[in-house]
Every structure is written in structure tokens, then in C-alpha cells.
Design a protein around this ligand. Structure first.
Ligand code: 0PR
Length: 383
């Protein structure tokens, strides 16, 4: 009910404290299945200081708009481009919708079709529904990467583009993006890479010597990439990233916003009014941690994920779905449903997919948290 009279600040805050008591927090060590993490303290400071900035009206906040462009360029640079075209958006969902929208608009085909792996995130289902694009699902290989042959067989004269995944939602698997890029070039189609999760992992893991396929703009067929700072980038929600190789992709989704302070500007994002503070936090975090800083976070979490996977394998009745590729470890069991229920009852914030439990070794996940989880897991399995 809408209150007649206002309550005191103290009273409002007390009630919020009480109501959020049932939320799990990242510092509890119990959230093991999320792709988000505690935001870095610097990012929090930046968001609080610049909370009023609106990138929907860049004529008012000219400096913030320039910072967003710099953040986009730094992300593009991490992904192999000198200059990119794109935005800091609300998350991977918006980024993927924008990518599909650009592919559809540039193709200008009736009854458009998009080919994507069966492992693709459900955000593409939203995109397809909203944009009137038919999704054509490509099969997976035994290692859960997309079957490139099947992708090729599904290309028709209605195909507007291909999607590849660099860090799949369930298993953290990286598709054979080089092969998909070649295919896209052969057929003159754009390849969109969903690196919402992997974008802030793979470049650093490769620098650490992990053997992972190329996935970024170094491959000429790759025309757009989703990369989310609010996942492994440690920026507060909402902070997604969409980067296009060429300006024409951004132009194809830009509409005229004629009356804003900046004059006749064009706007490509789905949200109109949107937080400048989070874009500034993306900029600040990249400046603050730099390549070496992120590499250190990734080194620690990749090693921890491998240790965790080796411990899981020792537990009778538990099996890995596949060896971890990134810092995601997914495991199954014959009594999966009971196991999920019991783990949740013991307060674990896990992610239960169809057929397995996913653990994401995010920056807030420490060895002692995983050790405590293993103690519970062993005891449940022994029953
Ligand atoms: N692409 C991929 C590969 C993703 O994994 C996700 C989200 C998205 C796109 C969409 O990103 P946004 O959710 O930012 O729009 N994957 C996570 C998942 O479904 C989202 C998530 C995050 C779920 C934190 C739970 C959670 O606690 O697992």
C-alpha cells in the first residue's frame, strides 16, 4: 500500500535491513553459483560520487560521455581493436539484443534467421522475440562446443548472422571461434561473440599460458562482442558492454533523439535514461587494475577452480560434466535433485542447471568457502 505519511529515515533503513536479512551476500562465502561478485571498493566510490549522471542526455554530461567512449575503447583494445564502437549498457542481455538488432537491420532480410549454439544464453530468446528473428539452434559436440559443421549446414539465404560463445553460461566453454570466423567470412555473414563472462577472463588466462582459442577482433569475421564488466570486471550492476568493429553496426541501431541538450543526437541503447556512474566505474576499474591486476585475479581463480575440480573428482557419486575451461566448474550426480535441495537447505547459493550444478569461482569465492562446501557435499553424498 502506498503510505499516507512518510516514515523517518531511521525507520525506513531499519525496515530495509530487516527485509534484506534473507538475502545472501557475497561476503558470506555462500554464493557459489553466481556470475556476479562484490563490487570493488573503488567502483563503489565512483558510483556514489557520480550517481546523478545520465548518459541518456550526453549534452548535459559531456565529460561522462567522453569517459564512456574511453571505456569502450579500452574494452575494444583488450579485445584486439584500436578503436571500437559501442556502449556500456545494462548487462549481457542488452548487449546481445543490440548485437542481434544490428545484424538484423544491416541484413534487411525478410523472415531473418540467426544461427546460435544450443548452449547460448536465454537473452537471445528475448532478442529473437522482440526483433522478430527466428533462432536456428546448432548442435553441440561431445566437448560442449558448438558443432561448426552443423552451423554451416544451417546457413540459408535468410541467415543474418552467427553467434559463438566465449565462456558459456553453464560450463564456461569457449566455442571454436576461429573456425566460426572463417565460416562467417566465407559466407559474408557477421559473427557475434557472446563473451559476457569470458571477456574479462580469456585475455588474461591466455597471457597466463592457458591454452584457449582466439575469440576476439583479431579474427576478421568477428564483428561484435558482448563483454560484461559486472561479471568478472568487478564493476557494480548494471554494467554490460557491447563493442562493434565498425561504425555502421552502431549507426544501424541508432535512432534520432531530437530535443535533448546535446542537440540532434542519435541513441543506440535500449534504455534511454541510463546510469553514467556505472560507465565511469568501468573506466575507473580498468584504469585502477590494469591488465596485470585483472590477470592476477584470473590467475588465482583459475587455479582455485582446478583445485576444486580435482577435489570433486575424489567424491564417490560425483562427476565433472567436463574439465573446467575457465573458472566455472560444473558437476553432476545420480541423485542430483536431492543433492540440490539439500545444498540449498544448508544455505548454499548454487546454480542448478538441467543435469548439473554450476559453481562459478568468482573473485569473492575463496578456498575456505569451497572447502566448507566440500565438507557439506561429502556428508550429503555419504548419507
Ligand atoms: N551471455 C552469457 C554467456 C551469460 O552467461 C549471461 C548471464 C548473459 C549473456 C546475460 O547477462 P545479464 O544477466 O548481465 O543480462 N549469465 C548469468 C547466468 O544466467 C547471469 C547471472 C548472474 C545469473 C548472476 C545469476 C547470478 O547470480 O547464469
Amino acid at each position: 500500500m502506498f503510505p499516507e505519511m512518510g516514515a523517518s529515515e531511521k525507520e525506513v533503513l531499519r525496515e530495509l535491513e530487516e527485509k534484506t536479512r534473507e538475502d545472501l551476500t557475497f561476503d558470506s562465502g555462500k554464493i557459489l553459483g553466481s556470475m556476479c561478485t562484490y563490487p570493488h571498493p573503488l567502483a563503489v566510490k565512483v558510483v556514489m560520487r557520480y550517481i546523478d549522471r545520465n548518459l541518456g542526455d550526453p549534452g548535459l554530461h559531456v565529460g561522462s560521455q567522453k569517459i564512456e567512449k574511453e571505456a569502450v575503447d579500452m574494452l575494444a583494445n583488450l579485445l584486439g581493436l584500436e578503436k571500437g564502437y559501442g556502449h556500456i549498457v545494462s548487462g549481457g542481455t542488452e548487449a546481445n539484443i543490440l548485437a542481434v538488432r544490428a545484424m538484423r537491420n544491416l541484413a534487411g532480410i525478410e523472415k531473418p534467421e540467426l544461427i546460435l549454439p544450443e548452449s547460448a544464453h536465454f537473452s537471445f530468446i528475448k532478442a529473437a522475440e522482440m526483433l522478430g528473428v527466428k533462432l536456428v539452434w546448432a548442435e553441440l559436440n561431445d566437448d560442449y562446443t558448438v558443432n561448426v559443421k552443423d552451423v554451416e549446414e544451417k546457413i540459408t539465404d535468410r541467415t543474418i548472422g552467427i553467434v559463438g560463445i566465449a565462456g558459456s553460461t553453464g560450463l564456461g566453454v569457449v566455442d571454436d571461434i576461429p573456425a566460426l570466423s572463417d565460416l562467417a567470412l566465407d559466407y559474408g555473414l557477421p559473427l557475434h561473440v557472446d563473451a559476457a563472462f569470458g571477456g574479462f577472463v580469456i585475455p588474461f588466462a591466455k597471457a597466463l599460458g592457458y591454452d584457449l582459442p582466439d575469440f576476439d577482433f583479431h579474427l576478421k569475421g568477428v564483428k561484435s562482442i558482448t563483454i560484461d564488466p559486472h561479471k568478472m570486471g568487478m564493476v557494480p550492476i548494471p554494467a554490460g558492454g557491447i563493442i562493434f568493429r565498425e561504425k555502421k553496426f552502431l549507426d544501424s541501431i541508432s535512432v534520432l533523439a531530437p530535443y535533448l541538450a546535446g542537440g540532434k543526437i542519435r541513441q543506440a541503447t535500449i534504455t534511454g535514461t541510463r546510469p553514467g556512474a556505472n560507465a565511469l566505474a568501468v573506466w575507473a576499474m580498468i584504469k585502477h587494475l590494469g591488465f596485470e591486476g585483472y590477470k592476477e585475479v584470473v590467475r588465482e581463480k583459475m587455479e582455485l577452480a582446478r583445485w576444486f575440480a580435482s577435489e570433486l573428482k575424489k567424491i564417490p557419486g560425483i562427476y565433472l560434466i567436463r574439465e573446467p575451461v575457465l573458472n566455472i566448474v560444473s558437476f553432476g550426480s545420480e541423485k542430483l535433485e536431492d543433492l540440490e535441495e539439500e545444498l540449498k537447505a544448508r544455505g548454499w547459493g548454487i546454480s542448478a542447471h538441467r543435469g548439473y550444478i554450476r559453481i562459478v569461482v568468482m573473485p569473492h569465492v575463496r578456498k575456505e568457502h569451497l572447502e566448507a562446501f566440500l565438507v557439506d557435499l561429502r556428508s550429503i553424498m555419504a548419507i
